[in-house]
Every structure is written in structure tokens, then in C-alpha cells.
Design a protein around this ligand. Sequence first.
Ligand code: NAG
Ligand code: NAG
Length: 437
Amino acid sequence: MQGVCVSILCVCICVSVLLHSAISQPPTESDTYTECTDGYHWDPQTEHCKDVNECETIQDACKGEMKCFNHYGGYLCLPRSASVIPAPEPPITPTVTNPCPLGYEPQGDSCVDIDECERDEHDCQPSQQCINSLGAFTCQCPDGYRKVGTECIDIDECRYRYCQHRCVNVPGSFSCQCEPGFQLAGNNRSCIDVNECDMGAPCSQRCYNTYGTFLCRCDQGYELGPDGFACNDIDECSYSSYLCQYQCVNEPGKFSCVCPEGYQLLGTRLCQDINECETGEHQCTDTQTCVNIHGRYQCVDTNRCQDPYVQVSQNRCVCPANKPACRDLPFSIVHRYMSITSERSVPSDIFQIQATSVSPGAYNTFRIRSGDDNGDFYIRQINNISAMLVLARAVSGPREYTLDLEMVSVNPLLSYQGSYQSSSALRLSIYVGPYTF
Ligand SMILES: *[C@@H]1O[C@H](CO)[C@@H](O)[C@H](O)[C@H]1NC(C)=O
Ligand SMILES: *[C@@H]1O[C@H](CO)[C@@H](O)[C@H](O)[C@H]1NC(C)=O
């Protein structure tokens, strides 16, 4: 195939040369002669020698598969596939003619492609790309543009592409975008949830990632602020005055109860009196007895017997009958101590008196001999030998009572002059604490 082409090319060049030489041939002789060279005949009308078309005048000028081509002063027999390039117009100034096809130029013996793009011999728009090809060039639009006429128009890829959330067309391209809380996946189209908790979400305590967003939560004892991020301490103490028996102290995230001096916390909210006499905190001397009371302790003299009484045992004083001063006094005094809280509901049984030694057949009566000037107490007799001291009024401490409770025994059987009467007393020290506990 290549051989044929080359031979045709050669023929063409030959023909072209021939045609040039022919056309440059003027009639050989002057106008006065009527004789022309071979292949021409005299045209009297124009008075010029005129070419003879041998292909028409000679029968079977070419044989076989050959084709007849007329030319000035003769004819050519060429293969049927050959074509003859018409002779170009005679150049105004004689130059070397380019014998190569359009877009090619001769280089040595052959024709090579002209790179019109490199030589800037193209008419592509500035927005277009010049692409060289064999014998020609094309103007192409960059990726993402399409050609409309001579213009390059941006393609709106968003009309064709799939983005999970949002598509944004930009000149020459497009991009997928995601809603806040999502990020573009590796395929550049899908959107995947962002775990804001791992990305430094501004939750001050607990962060929970959710689809597309996150939630802040607070630890127990805190509540979420209006901004949804901050956790503010809850003042539990303001909720109720019953949270603590004595005093509530708010702390970050919680609360605690405190107790007054002399008390310790029992559990979380109750206050329990400290028994300083047992813990050894007291500072009572050897001649004193430590008495624990609500919130504190009391040091009392171990021997509280005052003349004319004499001590016969711990807490017990006796007034000997042979002493004249003892005539109208209770025969014995027993010391007792007790502590009660403030604001007890009343009436309230607080102390039971019991006769320790009873002579058969005796009547026993009980009364408050002294110490109850306001009438805060009364005695309820239970039977012959016992009675109950009752608190009649709500009292608040700190306060101290010293009550002498007297038991009078009358025994009609032991009567010398009428009847025998004896009395004994219980000296009860009552400490009312400052609190209701
Ligand atoms: C996604 O986009 C980035 C940046 O534009 C690019 O480097 C990457 O190759 C793209 N991935 C896919 C799967 O198209
Ligand atoms: C209680 O008093 C009655 C009389 O009312 C008497 O008979 C009885 O012996 C007394 N009991 C005691 C235990 O003293």
C-alpha cells in the first residue's frame, strides 16, 4: 500500500512538473506561421496554438487498466486509482511550491506533519486547548467544559452527578459537600457522621455523639447550662430543708450534711451526740464525775452531799436522824442526771421514779418538792411504788433544771404516836440541749 502511495506521489510530482513546463511553453513560432509543435494545433480564432486532447481524439490511447490523462502537448496513461492534482495558479512571485498535502511540509524526501499548535498557527479560543493531529489540529475544551459553537461552556455536573447531601458546581468541576456534623467520605460523594466528641466538642462534662450532631450531658449533681455545653452545679441544699438534720453544705456536684459541735454524723444526714465521757475528750477531775449531755458534757462533783447530809454511797446522801437539823428534811437524797432535747412534743414522759425499799403496808406518794417554778413538769403516779415525771411544756435549751422529787411513805402499822412518816428525795438534774436532736 505504501509503495502505491509513494509511486502516485511521484507521478503527481512528475505531472505537476510537466504541466508547469507545458504551460510555460508559448507557441513556438511567430503569429505569421500556422504550424504548431506536436500535440498542438492552430486555432485561427484565437490565433494561438491550442492543445490537442489526445484522450478524445485517439482511440484506446491507453491500454488495459490504465487511464488516459490529457495534458499540454501530450497525454499520460496512469493507473485508474491515480488522481491528478490540478496545476496551481501560477504564483505571482516564483517560490518553491509545497508539494505536500495540507498540514504537511516537505522534509528531505518526505512530508512531515506541521504542529500548528506549537507554531501558533491555529484559531483556537484562549479558553480552548489546541491539540495537534496528523495534517490538522483541533480546538478542545478543558475537562468539565463542553463546546458550544466556538465557546467553551462549563458543564453543570450537579445535574448528572450524585452527591449524598449537596452538590456544588464550580467552573470546570464540581464538589460534593456535607451538612454540618458530617464529613465527605473517601468516595467524595457520601457523607459520614463526624464524631464531634472525639473532635473536641465543647461539652464540659459528658459528650454523646449522635447522627449529625452531639449532646452534652452532666454528671449527677450538675445541670446543663442554657448554652447546652456547660454543666452548672446544682444547689441541692436549696431544694429542701429536710436534706440534713442540722445543716446542708453545697459542694460541687453534691452536698453534705454537717453537725454542730459535740455531734457527729450518723449516716449522711443525721447528727448523733458524741459521748465525750466515753471518748475521753472530757476534762473532768478525779473528784468529778463526767455526765454526758446533748452536745456537750458536764463535770459534777462525785460527792454532792451537803451538810447536814453525809455520803453513804455514790450519788446517795443521808441525813442522820440524830442530827436536829435533819428533822424536816428528806431522810435521803439520791442524785440523778439526765439530758433531753429541745422542743419535745408534750406531754412527754421523761423519768420514772421507783421506790427502792418499801416497808409492807406503807402508802407512798410522790411530788415535786422544788425546782419547777414555772410548772414545766408534773408527776403522774403509777402505783404505790412508782411515778412518772412528765414534761408539760415544750422547752428549748440550752437550759438546766434541778428538780427535787420527793417520795413520802406513810406506814400506819408502825405507829407510835398516830403514824410513821418518812420521806426521801431524788435530786434530778435535767439538761435541755440546744437542738431538737
Ligand atoms: C476525592 O477528592 C480528593 C481531593 O479532591 C482526591 O484527591 C481523591 O482522589 C478523590 N477520591 C475519589 C475516590 O475520587
Ligand atoms: C399499796 O397500797 C395498798 C393500800 O392502798 C396496800 O394495801 C399495799 O400493801 C401497798 N403495796 C405496797 C407494795 O406497798
